[in-house]
Design a protein around this ligand. Sequence first.
Ligand code: SF4
Length: 331
Amino acid sequence: MTHIVAPAAATAAVDLSGVVRQDWTRDEVRALFDLPFPELVYTAQRIHRLHFDPREVQISTLLSIKTGGCPEDCAYCPQSAHYEAGVKAEKLMDVGAVVAEAQAAKRAGASRFCMGAAWRNPKDRDLDAVCAMVAGVKALDLETCATLGMLTAAQAERLKACGLDYYNHNLDTSPEFYGEIITTRTYRDRLDTLVHVRSAGISVCCGGIVGMGESREDRVGMIVALATLPRHPESVPINMLVQVEGTPLATGKAFDPIEFVRTIAVARICMPASVVRLSAGREEMSEETQALCFVAGANSIFYGPKLLTTPNPGRDRDRVLMDKLGLTAME
Ligand code: SF4
């Protein structure tokens, strides 16, 4: 005889419909985090299937086009000039070298090429070179993405005009915990950049980092901040802190992988039509944890051996994992 177990009473209090909405409350998001794990993951997978093919994973490649020497003080970042993390400050790369890297990424299966620069904000003259890079990458028939720090409205419009498809600017954590991690710019500054990016018609890539010593309530706050933006980001990178020697967050307990999977699942449920990206921290993650993240609704990864300055699984390792899981690259 087959028994079908009805969902627990706790699920009655939360919206599991998979409808895209921007009015998520802290109580609702907290209730999702508190669901029994099998119920949370099942719900996330069910909602994932309403909007995506569960066999497909979007693949991006991230290149650091300007490394180190950043004036910001993000406590997790080895590129900050405030810390001695052994990252040498370099000049902006040549346009030709960036386009050659993009070509290689395309051959390896990437559909989007992201260019990251360690700036507080780009100077207008830097944008000339970045625009040439964006145009060169676009000409390869790749989607383009950039992460350059804060933008003015005019800079966002310039980037849009030269063919930028996505702009990454993370909220990082909850508004309440933010001051523990960054003091050189405010949460409001970040939200303003997101407004400029949206207004210019560029798609938004915006997520955060977990494992920085924040509480679960902060993870609730981070998801609420993302899921109540006037329009959900098209891409939501969820990063697991990579503890880099020399940064203030170099020590501390490793983050619980189950709580990481929970965060992915809650992001999937609250932003059902967004691509949720399993970002930094995969190098230290077991195959099993990554597999659970895919089941919980993650459907994008960064491909390539480096994420800006921190290690990432090599392409071969990712190919093996995707084959094992029967996943294919999203066109
Ligand atoms: S995260 Fe970005 S803004 Fe912050 S220190 Fe690193 S490069 Fe600079």
